[in-house]
Write a protein that binds this ligand. Structure first.
Ligand code: SF4
Length: 443
């Protein structure tokens, strides 16, 4: 097979896994193609965190099967790990199934298909080599770097511990080498990735996540530093101190709380209470007042009463997150919550979600409008989705900012933008200066 195409669903971990897959296929001389026709191999890098996502993937397999000529399909990611052999039975177009812990074996799987074999590589090998040298990175401005794989929190609604395996932290020296390689070629923003990133502990030196973040922020050329996803119960004062002391650590924090009710948090196995979460938020805001907070919320978890739901709304009103990723609960295979007998009806979930979005949209709009008239430092990513006459980038707090192209700037420049308009999901402004971000070494 000489040509391929990768379609990616789900979180940043999957986006980064696709960069790893692409790098390995390119290293064998295979060429990417951008449209349906022409790719001999189509990799579906899948997400199984919600039922809807799995349905979409199954219907995509059906569409690909009907193409002529029919490509070979490689199912990768969390659905691959979850469904395994069943996928091969589902469609003869599927040549291999490759779980997220087996990405390094994609070329082995491709060669097997070329020999007429269909393979399944699932499960986790803690000794698996992580070859960052072959990663194919799509962005020249931002570099994603995995610091740990897997999760051992076992929230009762979540498939991740079953699809991505146990927590495995990478050695700190290996991470630093990868980041130095990225800044050496001009990457300006580093995004550290891990499902519960603040549980990171270096297996060789016992370096904690707060220490790792501090070391990375001190590296020459790291203009901006982001990290996802933090678990509230692992968020200690050492990490808050790093956020308050390091100007290049992003003014954006994603901190999922999932529910505002203690009885639901307990059933979710989140291991913190609403009071502990609110105390943590106020400690963080006290030390880093300009932080843009975002969160994840599940609505309609089994047994959620009106009172439980109101407590979730109360946290949203109290904390005032800049962005909220909220979803109706959907039962997932292998998870304890699937078997709970007090499931909530779909119409109740829908109505609660609607009420929640009314509140979160209002708050996001108010927070964004408060920025009109201020000047924000923006890293330019690309032209805006709507028109090539505008740039799109992100502020230090991760807010999306659009502004007109003047012809004197390029992708990866950092410019000062005065905000003139604000919507619910983005800001609009005009360039008033350049390169006056944090006082860090210029590349
Ligand atoms: S912390 Fe909970 S929700 Fe997050 S990946 Fe782990 S099990 Fe899933």
């Amino acid at each position: 097979m000489r040509t391929f195409r990768i379609e990616t669903w789900g979180c940043q971990m999957n986006t980064h896994d696709s960069e790893r897959l692409e790098g390995l296929l390119r290293s064998e001389g295979m060429a990417p193609v951008e449209n349906n026709s022409g790719a001999e191999l189509v990799l579906l890098n899948t997400c199984s965190v919600r039922e809807k996502a799995v349905h979409k993937i199954m219907s995509r397999i059906g569409e690909l099967e009907r193409l002529s000529p029919r490509p070979t399909i490689g199912v990768c990611g969390c659905v691959a790990q979850q469904e395994g052999k069943a996928l091969l039975k589902r469609s003869s177009a599927i040549g291999f199934v490759l779980g997220p812990g087996q990405i390094g074996r994609v070329l082995e799987a491709v060669r097997a298909v070329e020999q007429g074999e269909r393979t399944i590589f699932t499960g986790f090998d803690p000794e698996e080599d992580y070859h960052f040298q072959t990663i194919f990175r799509k962005s020249s401005t931002r570099g994603m770097v995995t610091v740990m794989e897997g999760c051992e929190e076992y929230c009762t609604f979540c498939v991740v511990p079953y699809t991505r395996g146990r927590e495995v932290s990478r050695p700190v020296d290996d991470i630093m080498r990868e980041i130095e390689g990225l800044t050496g070629v001009g990457v300006r923003e580093i995004e550290l990735l891990g499902q519960t990133i603040n549980a990171y502990v270096c297996p060789e030196t016992q370096t904690t996540f707060a220490q790792l973040l501090s070391r990375v922020s001190d590296l020459n050329g790291v203009r901006r530093l982001r990290y996802v996803t933090s678990q509230p119960r692992h968020f200690g004062p050492d990490l808050i101190q790093v956020l308050s002391e390091k100007p290049n650590v992003s003014r954006y924090l994603h901190l999922p709380f999932q529910s505002g009710s203690n009885q639901i948090l307990k059933k979710m196995n989140r291991k913190y209470t609403r009071e502990e979460f609110l105390t943590l938020i106020s400690d963080i805001q006290l030390s880093v007042p300009d932080l843009n907070l975002s969160t994840d919320v599940i609505v309609g978890f089994p047994g959620e009463t009106d009172e439980d739901f109101l407590q979730t709304l109360d946290i949203l009103e109290t904390v005032r997150f800049g962005q909220v990723f909220a979803f109706a609960y959907s039962p997932r295979p292998n998870t304890p919550a699937r078997k709970y007998t007090d499931q909530i009806g779909e119409s109740v979930k829908k109505e609660r979600l609607h009420r929640l979005f009314e509140i979160t949209d209002r708050i996001s709009t108010e927070l964004n409008q408060a920025l009109v008239g201020t000047i924000v430092s923006v890293l330019i990513d690309s032209h805006s989705r709507r028109t090539d006459r505008d740039w799109q980038g992100r502020g230090e707090d991760n807010r999306v900012v659009n502004f007109p192209v003047t012809g004197r700037e390029r992708v990866a420049d950092i410019v000062d933008v005065e905000i003139t308009r604000a919507g619910t999901h983005s800001l609009y402004g005009q360039i008033v200066g350049r390169e006056t971000g944090p006082a860090l070494p210029v590349l």
